[in-house]
Design a protein around this ligand. Structure first.
Ligand SMILES: Nc1ncnc2c1ncn2[C@@H]1O[C@H](COP(=O)(O)OP(=O)(O)O)[C@@H](O)[C@H]1O
Ligand SMILES: [Mg+2]
Length: 331
């Protein structure tokens, strides 16, 4: 079996080098004896996949990607352009979409993740009041909730565009959803998701101090395309302020190969119970995924906050990723 090579986004300012955000991972891959190859992220995003992969040698064989998030349609073009050059992404386009977009993984994780409903939208057009009322009714009609799209939230605009204190207040739901859609603009992925809000355990300390704002870290939650909705920082909850303790678990072929902090709070450690989620990850059937897990404030156990494609989930700075990268290379 040939050893998979690893694709990274090139530095836009110096296309022969990896993007500075991924340089340490690329170096580690090299030290582990595998090859890293570079792709042009801006060209991928612009729908010019052939141009994006022109530095990938012909016949490159099995490939993993570690890079910025791509919309599922762009990932499919990426995969096709690599296939045309004799390369093969080890995560298929349907596999990517299943892990990357909430409607793709929700059916498998239902019961282990906050109850959620979604409304597909045609671009950045907000759902109608009728569509929202119907979605809210499917979610039980009352209680607090959060709003996001199929991939990302606007957690840094928590009160304005993420948190809904009471679903029964349909006018307020409409305002938060409307503002969310407006802020996402052309980057809105898929449609609007509404999820029941659950109270998670929160951390104090340097990463749990409740300071919002993109000044804290870069793109903690997945490698955002163009940083459009990224940023990081703590999120306020219903109680405002302190960050939920989240662990990010990295799964390869159904096995947890790395359990670490969430990149938004690299110093907050948690030891999640993986019993239930292991079976769900195996049922999802995607080779390389992440799950962000939070512990319920009432002590009733761990919840899956989000699932992600492992190729575009961010690694916290300072983490020892050699085991994870070695597993990918051996896969
Ligand atoms: N259903 C929920 N109940 C309580 N808090 C939530 C819920 N969903 C998300 N959050 C909080 O909001 C943050 C952002 O939500 P998440 O779904 O992870 O979106 P993003 O992709 O933008 O990170 C989470 O890290 C968590 O702290
Ligand atoms: Mg998240």
């Amino acid at each position: 079996m040939p050893v998979p090579s690893m694709l990274f986004p090139a530095d836009p300012l110096n296309p022969r080098r990896p993007d500075p955000h991924f340089a340490w991972e690329a170096r580690l891959v090299r030290e582990l004896g595998a090859e890293h190859l570079l792709v042009d992220h801006d060209a991928l995003l612009a729908g010019r996949a052939e141009e994006a992969v022109r530095r990938v040698p012909l016949g490159s064989g099995p490939l993993w990607y570690r890079g910025w998030m791509l919309p599922s349609a762009r990932y499919a073009e990426f995969a096709a352009a690599l296939t045309a050059r004799g390369g093969k992404l080890l995560t298929s386009p349907p596999g990517y979409a299943a892990a990357h977009e909430l409607p793709g993984w929700y059916g498998v994780f239902e019961g282990a993740t906050p109850p959620s409903v979604w409304i597909p939208t045609a671009g950045a057009v907000p759902p109608t009041p009728e569509e929202l009322a119907e979605a809210v009714a499917r979610l039980g009609g009352s209680g607090p909730a959060i709003v996001k799209d199929y991939v990302k939230s606007r957690k840094h605009e928590w009160h304005e565009a993420c948190y809904v204190p009471e679903l029964a207040d349909l006018a307020a739901v409409g305002r938060v959803v409307g503002r969310f859609v407006e802020l996402q603009g052309e980057f809105l992925a898929g449609g609007v998701v509404v999820r029941r809000y659950e109270e998670f355990e929160r951390a104090d300390g340097p990463d749990g101090d409740g300071l919002d704002g993109p000044d804290r870290l870069s793109d903690g939650d997945g490698c955002d395309a163009a940083g459009a909705v990224g940023g990081a920082g703590a999120v306020g909850g219903a109680r405002g302020g302190r960050r939920a303790v989240e662990a990010r678990v990295w799964w390869l072929d159904g096995r947890p190969v790395l359990v670490g902090p969430h990149p938004d709070a690299p110093h907050v450690h948690a030891e999640p119970d993986l019993t239930e989620v292991s079976a769900l990850v195996r049922r999802l059937g995607c080779r390389f995924v992440t799950t962000d897990l939070a512990s319920r404030a009432d002590g009733s156990g761990w919840r899956v906050v989000e699932v992600g494609d492992g190729q575009v989930s961010d690694l916290p700075r300072g983490i020892d990723a050699s085991g994870l990268l070695a597993s990918l290379i051996a896969a």
